[in-house]
Design a protein. Structure first.
Ligand code: PBG
Ligand code: ZN
Length: 340
């Protein structure tokens, strides 16, 4: 074989020989920077104000809306299998409970606060996050408080959102996660937590790069949070807005976020990678949203691919892009799949 760099023969080209490096299953696993583990997963839970309810959500295969009385029996076996963390979404169903200010969001007897207290007591090892938003509680279904002309009143919304976050944190949530996208809410929540002396024990996870689009449909079915008019485009990011997402991530880090979240996940892997780069000193979360989950189920049902194989491929892609935390409806499945 020639030793000249410009005329290497096939047989002498050692740099072309990659197969050996991933020939063994263990060596294949070493190719990944991060392996999916149970502690990376957060399971979303929909909790209604109807205590005994357990209703299948038709557009979210295998996912239920549950009343507080169904929570402990559902979670017990999952925790035994290694579930570490949940994120709570309140779904008020009682007639007349929604109003223009989303008053029910921090009702001390409401499903979220009651569940935080119950889960803290029953499952001391479980890490409890609470999604913070108003859209499930407002009569108009938007994520904040509106002016008379229907536009978002950012100042009033931030004030209200930060009060709701405080109420969840005071009730015992380990983590509050504002998904409303009002400008300045991370700073407002952090300041209130410092004032109340609880900032040292609460993780502030910002849905920093949350894009508007069609992938939240099944969630809005589940949570009953479809806006009654208009859309969320004036507060959620445009799908092409990579620079805007970078600015939102930088802003939320400077406002005191402890974790940055990107959402949806698989359609926004470049944004996850940006978040990892910008937030190199902090954990990065990705929310594999309801539409992504439903799409994978639909593809598997149509025979396009095997469900488990695709769930792993999608989630490993999210980890490869830079996430270290994944919010996923597949969490119960992964607890089984990661066992073997
Ligand atoms: C509420 C909220 C939404 C999701 C998380 N928090 C819906 C929305 O913004 O319309 C979406 C989660 C999913 O689709 O699984 N603001
Ligand atoms: Zn919302």
């Amino acid at each position: 074989a020639s030793t000249s760099a410009t005329s290497v023969s096939i047989s002498g080209d050692i740099s072309s020989q990659l197969h050996g490096g991933y020939s063994h299953p263990l060596a294949r696993s070493w190719q990944a920077e991060r392996q999916l583990t149970k502690s990376m997963l957060i399971l979303p839970l929909f909790i209604t104000d109807n205590d005994d309810e357990e209703t299948l959500i038709p557009s979210l295969p295998g996912q239920y809306r549950r009343g507080i009385n169904k929570l402990v029996p559902f979670l017990e076996p999952l925790i035994r299998k290694g579930l570490r963390s949940v994120i709570l979404f309140g779904v008020p169903l009682a007639p007349g409970v929604k109003d223009a200010l989303g008053t029910a969001a921090d009702d001390p007897k409401g499903p979220v606060i009651a569940s935080i207290r119950l889960l803290r007591q029953r499952f001391p090892q479980l890490f409890i996050s609470a999604d913070v938003c108003l859209c499930e509680y407002t009569s108009h279904g938007h994520c904040g408080i509106l002016r008379d002309d229907g536009s978002l009143n950012n100042e009033l919304s931030v004030d209200r959102i930060s009060d709701v976050a405080m109420a969840y944190a005071q009730a015992g949530a380990h983590c509050v996660a504002p998904s409303d996208m009002n400008d300045g809410r991370i700073r407002a929540i952090k300041l209130k937590m410092i004032e109340e002396g609880i900032a040292h024990r609460v993780v502030l996870m910002s849905y920093a790069a949350k894009f508007s689009g069609c992938l939240y449909g099944p969630f809005r079915d589940a949570a009953g949070s479809v806006p009654s008019f208009g859309d969320r485009k004036c507060y959620q990011l445009p799908p092409g807005g990579r620079g805007l997402a970078r600015r939102a991530i930088e802003r939320d880090i400077s406002e005191g976020a402890d974790i940055i979240m990107v959402k949806p996940a698989s359609q926004y892997l470049d944004i996850i990678s940006d978040a990892k780069e910008i937030g190199k000193n902090m954990p990065i979360a990705a929310y594999q949203v309801s539409g992504e989950f439903a799409m994978i189920h639909a593809g598997a049902k149509a025979g396009v691919f095997d469900l488990k194989t695709m769930a792993f491929e999608a989630t490993e892609g999210i980890l490869r892009a830079g996430a270290t935390i994944v919010v996923s409806y597949f969490t119960p499945d992964f607890l089984d799949w990661l066992e073997s």
